[in-house]
Design a protein around this ligand. Structure first.
Ligand code: XLS
Ligand code: NI
Ligand code: NI
Length: 436
C-alpha cells in the first residue's frame, strides 16, 4: 500500500457530537441494525474511475486536480502507484468493496495482447492488496466507450469487427473479475444508443446487443464465474438515446431476448433522474419485478440536468431508498457503490475523504431511519389499509381469476357507486418528516 494520503489516518466513528470532519458521525461499521451490521447492510464500495482517476475534467476544460500517484511519464508506473493509492484510500476509509473498469486499472497498449498483459500485471497486484486488506471486489466492468473505435457503440456498432473487439475485451474483463473474486459484473451501455435514426437500424442493433449479452452469459458459465451480472440503465449521455433507457426498458429487453434469469439491475440515482424518474421509483420498479441487484449511489443537480455524479447527501432520498432496499430483503451480491466524483474545485486529497464520509454517513442515517420506519410499521399499515378491499371477497375473486367482465358488471349493478377513500399523501409526508 502507498503513502499518498499522509494527512489522513484511518477514519473512525466518533458519533454525532464530534467536531472532527474526518470522522463518521453516523456510520459505525459493526453497529447492529435489524439483525445485521451496518457494514453488512450497506456494503459500501469506492469506484476507481472517479475516486482515483477523475481529475475534474469537464466539457470546458481539463482536470484541475493533481495527485501524487499520477506524476510519472510511464503509464504502467502510474497504474502501479494508483493501485497502491487506491488500497490506501479504501483501507483508511474502511469500505469493504471497490469497483473498476478494465481501462481504469491498466492503460491500453498498442495491441489487445499487450493490453491484456498489462492487465495481468496490475491484477496480480490488486489480488495481493485485496488479500492484505480483506477488501473485496463488488463488481468489474469494461470500458468499451472511450476509445475512438467505439464511437458508434460496442455491441451495437455497425461493424462486426468492432463487435468482436468489444467481445474480446469483455471476455478478458470477466476473467479478471473472476480472478479477483468479484461478486458481480456490470454492463453499462456506454455508447449503445444512437445520435440520429437516419443512420441507424435500431432492430438490428438491439438484436446484436442481446447476442453480446448472451455470449457473456455463456462465457460466465464456461469460466465458472459465479458473480451476478447487472445492466446499468441510463437514458442519454453520451448518445442522444441510450437503449438501456431505464429499468422498465431494460426489463422488456431482457424478457424479449430470454436473458431475464441472468441479469439484474444496477440502479444509479443520477441516471434515474435523467430518465425523468427518481431514484426511489427505479428501485421500487426493480424490487416489484425481482430485478433489484446493486446501486450506484450518487445524486444529480436538478438545475444542471446532466450526469453530474455528485456524492449523495440528501437524507430524504437515502432514507426512502434504504426503506425499499430493506423491504426487498437487503443486498445480497450488490452494494452501494459511490459512482460519484468530487467537484472540479475540490482539489485537496482531504476533499476525497470528506466526499465519501458524507456519502457513507448519509446512507448510515438513511439506514437507521428506514429501520425505524420498518419497526414502527406505520407506512406498512397505511398501505395495507389502502388495499384492504383486495383481501375481501370481491378482491380475492378478481385476484384468483374467478370472475370476468360479466360477473363484475353484475356486482356493480347490484352494489352501485363504489366508496372512495383519501390517499392521505400529506399525512404520510408529514409522518416521514417525523423520522428524518
Ligand atoms: C456512466 C456510468 C458508469 C458505469 C460503469 O454514466 O455510471 O460509470 O457505472 O460503466
Ligand atoms: Ni454508474
Ligand atoms: Ni452516472
Amino acid at each position: 500500500m502507498g503513502d499518498y494520503f499522509p494527512n489522513v489516518k484511518k477514519i473512525n466513528y466518533e458519533g454525532p457530537d464530534s467536531k472532527n470532519p474526518l470522522s463518521f458521525k453516523h456510520y459505525r461499521a459493526d453497529e447492529i441494525i435489524l439483525g445485521k451490521t451496518m457494514a453488512e447492510h450497506l456494503r459500501f464500495s469506492v469506484c476507481y474511475w472517479h475516486t482515483l482517476k477523475n481529475m475534474g475534467a469537464d466539457p470546458f476544460g481539463p482536470g484541475a486536480i493533481i495527485r501524487e500517484y499520477n506524476h510519472s511519464s510511464d503509464p504502467m508506473t502510474v497504474a502501479d502507484q494508483t493501485m497502491d493509492a487506491a488500497f490506501e484510500f479504501f483501507a483508511k476509509l474502511g469500505v469493504g468493496f471497490w469497483c473498476f473498469h478494465d481501462r481504469d486499472i491498466a492503460p491500453e497498449a498498442d495491441t489487445l495482447a499487450e493490453t491484456n498483459k498489462r492487465l495481468d500485471t496490475i491484477v496480480a497486484k490488486a489480488k495481493k492488496l485485496q488479500a492484505d486488506t480483506g477488501i473485496k471486489l463488488l463488481w468489474g466492468t469494461t470500458n468499451a466507450f472511450s476509445h475512438r473505435r467505439f464511437m458508434a457503440g460496442a455491441g451495437t456498432n455497425p461493424s462486426p469487427d468492432v463487435f468482436a473487439y468489444a467481445a474480446s475485451q469483455i471476455k478478458k474483463a470477466m476473467e479478471i473479475t473472476c480472478e479477483l473474486g468479484g461478486e458481480g459484473y456490470v454492463f453499462w451501455g456506454g455508447r449503445e444508443g444512437y445520435d440520429t435514426l437516419l443512420n441507424t437500424d435500431m432492430g438490428r442493433e438491439l438484436d446484436h446487443l442481446a447476442l453480446l449479452l448472451q455470449m457473456a452469459v455463456d462465457y460466465k458459465k464456461k469460466i465458472g464465474f459465479t458473480g451476478q451480472l447487472y445492466i446499468e440503465p441510463k437514458p442519454k449521455e453520451p448518445t442522444k438515446h441510450q437503449y438501456d433507457f431505464d429499468s422498465g426498458n431494460c426489463y422488456a429487453f431482457l424478457q424479449k431476448y430470454n436473458l431475464v434469469d441472468h441479469l439484474k439491475m444496477n440502479i444509479e440515482a443520477n441516471h434515474a433522474t435523467l430518465a425523468g424518474h427518481d431514484f426511489c421509483h427505479e428501485l421500487e420498479y426493480c424490487a416489484a419485478n425481482g430485478i433489484l441487484g446493486s446501486v450506484d449511489a450518487n445524486r444529480g443537480d436538478l438545475l444542471l440536468g446532466w450526469d453530474t455524479d455528485q456524492f449523495p447527501t440528501n437524507l430524504y432520498d437515502t432514507a426512502q431508498a434504504m426503506y425499499i432496499i430493506l423491504r426487498n430483503g437487503g443486498f445480497t451480491t450488490g452494494g452501494l457503490n459511490f459512482d460519484a466524483h468530487v467537484r472540479r474545485q475540490s482539489i485537496d486529497t482531504d476533499d476525497l475523504f470528506h466526499a465519501h464520509i458524507g456519502g457513507m454517513d448519509a446512507f448510515a442515517r438513511g439506514l437507521k431511519i428506514a429501520a425505524k420506519m420498518i419497526e414502527d410499521k406505520a407506512f406498512e399499515q397505511a398501505v395495507t389499509e389502502r388495499y384492504k378491499g383486495w383481501s375481501g371477497e370481491l378482491g380475492a375473486k378478481i385476484e384468483k381469476k374467478q370472475v370476468g367482465f360479466e360477473e363484475l358488471e353484475a356486482y356493480t349493478l347490484k352494489h352501485g357507486e363504489p366508496k372512495i377513500q383519501s390517499g392521505r399523501q400529506e399525512l404520510l409526508e408529514n409522518l416521514l418528516n417525523e423520522y428524518l
